[in-house]
Design a protein around this ligand. Structure first.
Ligand SMILES: [Zn+2]
Length: 358
């Protein structure tokens, strides 16, 4: 219970906090002290980070509390044509195999769905419902509003399309509160809000194209692939969700319609190579840990702190490397520094934090 109290201190749980997902992990959390006391598995021993950020030595003596960073993985299920029931079945099996791997290591992916929204309906196989029941996050990946949008496409059409994807996925009895793949020259924030979404992920520099005037750094960017770095530019600014100002989404406003959950780094297989090599490698894992340590050093206990990556699947990644990545994260979970959650749970933590701040 001490650890739950600590969690609520860090996450600013409200006084009437429901006995919710925070409590379901009590057994895991109560093992924290033993794990840290071994002194062998804590990340601090293997790295050069400062004592302030890892706390491993201090925790062993009970002097300092561990920091807490909510970690996740955003999986874009996109770019996969399904032309037959066997295509649909093969894709589902691949997704579920990765889901099993994540579950085996206590990791919590968030599936942001494009093509399977409709193939699940066509083949009457709503497989996202059982994944949500396993604690995974579910959302929409739209890939709409970009430079290849049809002639005459506008905010009302954009809004209708986003609302349609949401309702077709919700018809499969999953809860859908967020969307990615919406960056546009159009006012994408109005379309997202109008379609009834509560939060947005996958915000990259190209999203700045909706602002007037268009910021200089993206003024010449025609292809989103050329301005696809996560926004904002500094990691420190990407660790905290914000409720966006409806008139200027890069600013925050208490009465904004939609929350932005910023992704922390470039996508998993690009971490080390910067995009030249799209396979997931051990070098990517090393770079992930460097970035994770950097994020831990920046954790602000007064705010909600999130750290998640993109995997565009799309491209299947080597499951053996994936498993080594998941294993590399486990000591951080055991020491209480990080906690796997879905992206909807990150949003909920932000809503709790907002409520406590009022
Ligand atoms: Zn996409």
């Amino acid at each position: 219970m001490l650890n739950r109290a600590l969690f609520c201190t860090l996450m600013a749980c409200t006084g009437d906090v429901k006995e919710s997902s925070h409590d379901t992990e009590t057994t895991t959390e109560t093992t924290t002290d033993e794990t840290t006391n071994t002194g062998e598995t804590t990340p601090a021993d293997d790295t050069t980070t400062t004592d302030e950020t890892t706390n491993a030595d201090d925790t062993a003596t009970g002097e300092t509390e561990p920091v807490l960073l909510l970690i996740g993985l955003m999986v874009h299920l996109e770019g996969h044509r399904v032309d037959s029931e066997s295509d649909h079945d093969d894709y589902r099996e691949a997704i579920v195999a990765y889901a099993d791997l994540f579950d085996a290591h206590g990791a919590v992916p968030t599936w942001e769905v494009r093509e399977p929204i409709d193939s699940c309906l066509t083949y009457k196989d709503p497989y996202f419902r059982p994944l949500e029941a396993r604690g995974h996050g579910i959302g929409v990946h739209a890939d709409l509003g970009g430079p290849d949008m049809p002639e005459g496409y506008d905010v009302p059409l954009f809004t209708d399309d986003l609302a349609g994807m949401k309702s077709r996925l919700e018809s499969q009895e999953v809860s859908v509160r967020h969307v990615s793949g919406v960056c546009s020259e159009l006012d994408w924030t109005a379309a997202v809000a109008g379609a009834g979404y509560s939060f947005v992920t996958g915000v990259v520099d190209y999203c700045l194209k909706s602002l007037a005037p268009v910021p200089e750094e993206v003024a010449d960017c025609v292809d989103p692939a050329d301005c696809h770095d996560p926004y904002p530019a500094e990691l420190a600014d990407r660790l905290h969700p914000w409720r966006m100002d409806d008139d200027n989404w890069i600013d925050s406003a208490a009465d904004g319609s939609v929350v932005i959950l910023p992704e922390s780094t470039t996508s998993l297989p690009k971490l080390a190579s910067g995009g030249d090599d799209l396979s997931f490698t051990d070098e990517d894992i090393d770079e992930y840990l460097v970035q994770l340590e950097a994020a831990l050093a920046l954790v602000d206990p007064e705010q909600v702190n999130v750290f998640f990556q993109l995997w565009s699947f799309g491209l299947a990644l080597d499951p053996e490397v994936m498993e080594r990545w998941l294993i590399a994260i486990e000591p951080y979970v055991a020491s209480g520094q990080v906690r796997w959650v879905s992206l909807p749970e990150m949003y909920d933590a932000f809503i709790d934090w907002e409520a406590a701040a009022r």
